[in-house]
Design a protein around this ligand. Structure first.
Ligand code: NAD
Length: 290
């Protein structure tokens, strides 16, 4: 396929490189990032999109996605598909899909989980919103860049799945960290705490697969001085998107709201920026009631 790839940063770069390795012809555009090997550099986003069967975007946020979409949609040929893999707000994903549809194009929102490691290894999970037809046409590309693609529903459903998942993740990580800090103060050994909870009803991915306590459970960023991993500021971005969506859908999400407030102070006032999101544990360790 002929592919246009816009946004070749930490995630987009290795994803585009994998598409080249998979035998596709990729034209790329980024404001600053270098082109990965085998990707032809385009002078503008519109140039990268012209003639492409599929245009992929991997950009920082919804406002930038909307601006890029407004530029590339008129340049794309009828029947081509615009597939955004960034994590953005549901409203932007739906607005871009409507614009694309009105121009006779297919559109998908296809955010990923798996991080930079998954992007390089080609093991991302894609959560996809859009039509069956568009999903079927882009599936061969998802198969190269990832190990799993779930078609979640119509436009916006991919972003909805992503932020609901990450809202659960933020909330359970905080709950796990505060419970470890409480266990410490109660004199409970962390290994015993892990042995019990990981096989009891308090278990979760945050505890069992990504334990925030160093030296306990499987290897995780806690064993590497909380270097990310999944940085706290990226968790905060996703939590904010979840609250923006909750606001717009009139959904009551008190735990998501509290998790957003805690990660906001962690990132903005407590040195959490650049640290893994599981560094909530040392934060709680230092604190007292009120
Ligand atoms: P990044 O900042 O490394 O890359 C974004 C790229 O977009 C940059 O290279 C930037 O120059 C480029 N860009 C910005 N505006 C542009 C424009 N108008 N035209 C062309 N290029 C433009 O970010 P990233 O880590 O690659 O993340 C990209 C997206 O993936 C984000 O939405 C993020 O939330 C999501 N995501 C990231 C991770 C992760 O672990 N990094 C995991 C899952 C999802």
């Amino acid at each position: 396929m002929k592919i246009g790839f816009i946004g070749l940063g930490n995630m987009g770069g290795p994803m585009a490189a994998n598409l080249v390795k998979g035998g596709h012809q990729v034209a790329g555009f980024d404001l600053t990032a270098p082109m990965p090997e085998g990707v032809t550099k385009a002078a503008t986003a519109a140039e990268a999109a012209t003639d492409a069967d599929v245009v992929l975007t991997m950009l920082p946020n919804g406002a930038i996605l909307r601006a890029v979409a407004a530029e590339v949609i008129p340049a794309m040929r009828k029947g081509a598909i615009l597939c955004d893999c960034s994590t953005v707000d549901v409203d932007s994903a739906r607005a871009v899909a409507e614009l694309a549809d009105a121009a006779g194009l297919g559109a998908l929102d296809a955010p990923v989980s798996g991080g930079i490691g998954g992007a390089s290894a080609g093991t991302l999970t894609f959560m996809v919103g859009g039509t069956d037809e568009a999903f079927a046409r882009v599936l061969p590309l998802f198969d190269i860049m990832g190990q799993k693609a779930v078609h979640c529903g119509t436009a916006g459903a991919g972003q909805a799945a992503k932020i609901c998942n990450n809202m659960i993740l933020g909330v359970t990580m905080i709950a796990t960290c505060e419970a470890f800090a409480l266990a410490d103060k109660l004199g409970l050994d962390r290994q015993k705490m892990y042995d019990v909870v990981s096989t009891s009803s308090g278990y979760s991915w945050s505890l069992n697969a990504y334990c925030p306590a160093p030296g306990v459970g499987p290897k995780s960023p806690a064993d590497n001085e909380y270097r990310p991993g999944f940085a706290s500021e990226l968790m905060l971005k996703d939590l904010r998107l979840s609250q923006q969506a909750a606001e717009s859908a009139d959904a009551d999400t008190p735990m998501g709201q509290l998790a957003t407030a805690l990660y906001t102070s962690f990132v903005e006032a407590e040195g959490g920026k650049g640290r893994d999101f599981s560094a909530m544990l040392p934060r709680f360790e230092k604190r007292h009631r009120n």
